[in-house]
Write a new protein. Structure first.
Length: 166
């Protein structure tokens, strides 16, 4: 491996990330710890640890968004059809599958995700507001609760299919 200064390595982080990672890996293998770009390496490890958690939070936000639409906004679907929100039910079910899949791979996430319910609700709220603007029902925005109207348990287990009217 060619010699590289710590400053050059730090610059490489922004210019050529794959090469930066390759060089740091080589330095770690050679136990050249004093040359490793620790600041950026630790940041990357932290980001890796959070990426699956953020994926779960995103899926939880999707669940909350579509549960809220199902409960409160079905009458504003195309033609006001009762089954107009069936895609929302499927979306909730698929999001739960994704979350369970992440939990199988990373069991510690199952204990962390409930703590992010309000953050997920904030994201869901943004999407609901955007949807209401798209369908020209902005006057309904004021009625949306600032705090999540669902418990984590409800978000993860409520069977919306039982609520479909025949």
């Amino acid at each position: 491996m060619r010699t590289i200064s710590k400053e050059e390595l730090k610059e490489l982080y922004h210019k050529d990330f794959p090469l930066w990672a390759e060089i740091n890996l080589e330095l770690l293998r050679e136990k050249a710890y004093d040359l490793v770009d620790w600041e950026n390496l630790l940041e990357e490890i932290e980001d890796m640890a959070r990426s699956d958690l953020w994926a779960c939070v995103s899926q939880l936000a999707r669940i909350l968004e579509h549960m809220y639409k199902w409960d409160n906004l079905r009458k504003y679907t195309k033609g006001g059809e009762e089954l107009g929100g069936l895609s929302w039910i499927r979306s909730v079910e698929y999001a739960r599958v994704e979350i369970r899949s992440l939990f199988r791979r990373h069991p510690s996430l199952s204990k962390k995700l409930p703590e992010y319910l309000e953050l997920a609700w904030e994201d869901a709220l943004d999407r609901i507001i955007l949807w209401l603007r798209d369908i020209k029902k902005e006057e309904l925005i004021k009625d949306i609760l600032k705090n999540c109207p669902y418990t984590y348990e409800e978000a993860m287990t409520r069977d919306l299919r039982k609520e479909i009217k025949p």
